[in-house]
Design a protein around this ligand. Structure first.
Ligand SMILES: Cc1cc2nc3c(=O)[nH]c(=O)nc-3n(C[C@H](O)[C@H](O)[C@H](O)COP(=O)(O)OP(=O)(O)OC[C@H]3O[C@@H](n4cnc5c(N)ncnc54)[C@H](O)[C@@H]3O)c2cc1C
Length: 416
């Protein structure tokens, strides 16, 4: 049973406590921790059915605002974190299915026109449309601003218009050429939020964001990618892919800012997912230590084990405090909380890796046996230290933000 003691902390409202309790009951009944499916097709199918289940049961509504079919007035960071923590405790793919509905549609919520919001967000909330976020490229991962995918205004002398799109567009269409890689839900998504360079302005300044339907002519899945904790993942190719101007998010050149604002919200939720994995590993390790007989005692009777459990519990509480502080700051203090979200992601993912590794160790041989929960958590946690900004990148964000603050106000304590 997942611990809910932290919900008494002052970060939460009663609505959050009710959400955590209700989702926990639903997840216990409806979501089983499943080891990776045998084939990619089976895994895709399971992912689709999880999105469908989250949509039908109303949980995916927490990924969009109320005016467009969501559960709360605005994207609520604490609710996003509670949902991810709870789902991750039960199953990594269930967390992934929810997380991508939020990340894939987050830029529409933040910067889309009312028409785009009405066209996409209700379908995300109901699980009828699967969302994806396409930022990374083969040569632009941590260095996002190095992206080379281009979106140029169509010159209809050269570019044959697509009848499906022409006429619906406000202004000239865009033609997207390039490649995106490591795209979660790549291959099963119904639409992608795509970031592309619209001008030669250096670095981050010339980037714009677009919503691209998966069936758009010129968009194809170039390669499916298999990873240690399987989930749908692909490299996408854009080859003269025509997108109406009305599908641009925000103003021309605002794409980098929109991407960073989206990540500011969802980074704290990655921390929450790591927390869910860590709590599950802790509970499994504790139960195992109390039951495992050795040397005439149980494993839990030994002080060495108690010290390990203490370290695991302390790592978990430290991660939870930073995670929910970041979410609370965004919801209640109404700040972007970039530094706090980076601290939360860095600490929660690194701590969860340590907690899970200790759980594997406590299980002995069984800990590395396929099908053991500790074994699958060990694979699940690894990518969270890399995606949405690797741990090194989070350190850089924190360090730069501290220095910026000191430059703004030399009297300010750097750690305040
Ligand atoms: C499972 C998975 C799912 C993903 N899903 C998505 C998705 O849905 N959408 C999307 O757009 N992207 C996605 N990504 C991509 C992810 O965001 C990138 O992998 C990540 O940003 C790192 O980029 P990279 O892989 O190119 O590594 P690189 O950028 O090449 O980094 C390699 C190493 O260099 C380190 N490094 C970076 N900067 C510095 C520095 N200044 N000093 C020292 N070291 C540094 C990094 O921390 C890392 O350890 C996903 C990745 C994975 C693994």
């Amino acid at each position: 049973m997942q611990s809910r003691a932290h919900l008494d902390w002052p970060f939460f409202d009663d609505a959050h406590r009710t959400l955590a309790a209700d989702l926990s009951v639903w997840a216990s009944k409806n979501i089983e921790h499943a080891p990776s499916a045998e084939t990619r097709e089976a895994n895709d199918l399971r992912c689709r059915s999880l999105v469908d289940a989250l949509g039908r049961s109303g949980w995916a509504r927490y990924a969009v605002p109320r005016a467009y079919g969501g559960a709360m007035d605005e994207l609520d960071s604490r609710a996003l974190c509670i949902v991810r923590e709870t789902l991750a405790y039960h199953d990594g793919l269930a967390d992934f299915a929810f997380a991508m509905q939020g990340l894939g549609s987050g830029a529409i919520t933040l910067a889309g026109s009312d028409a785009l919001k009405r066209a996409y967000l209700p379908r995300v909330a109901s699980g009828q449309a699967i969302a994806a976020f396409a930022l990374s490229e083969p040569d632009a991962g941590s260095d996002v601003a190095a992206m080379q995918t281009r979106a140029r205004v169509a010159d209809d002398a050269d570019d044959t218009p697509d009848d499906d799109l022409h006429g619906k567009s406000e202004g000239a269409d865009y033609i997207i050429d390039g490649s995106k890689t490591w795209i979660s839900n790549g291959g099963i998504a119904d639409f992608y939020t795509v970031f592309a360079r619209t001008s030669d302005e250096p670095g981050a300044r010339g980037i714009s964001a677009f919503v691209v339907d998966a069936h758009t002519t010129g968009l194809s899945v170039a390669e499916r990618i298999d990873v240690i904790a399987p989930h749908p993942l692909a490299t996408l190719r854009f080859d003269r892919c025509r997108v109406p101007a009305s599908h641009r998010l925000g103003e021309v050149g605002q794409g980098f800012k929109i991407a960073m604002q989206t990540l500011d919200i969802f980074r704290a939720s990655v921390a929450a997912a790591a927390l869910g994995f860590a709590r599950r590993a802790f509970d499994e390790a504790l139960a195992h230590a109390r039951g495992r007989k050795m040397f005439g005692h149980t494993l839990a009777d030994f002080q060495l084990t108690q010290v390990t459990l203490a370290d695991m519990a302390t790592d978990i509480d430290a991660a939870a405090l930073l995670t929910y502080r970041a979410a609370w700051m965004r919801d209640v203090k109404r700040t972007r909380a970039t530094r706090e979200a980076a601290m939360a992601k860095l600490t929660a993912t690194e701590n969860a890796q340590r907690v899970i590794d200790r759980a594997v160790q406590m299980f002995g041989g069984a800990g590395v046996r396929k099908g053991n929960i500790a074994e699958s958590l060990y694979r699940e946690i690894r990518a969270l230290r890399i995606y949405e900004g690797a741990s090194e990148v989070q350190r850089l964000i924190i360090g730069r933000d501290l220095l910026r603050e000191v430059l703004r106000d030399p009297q300010a304590s750097a750690t305040a």
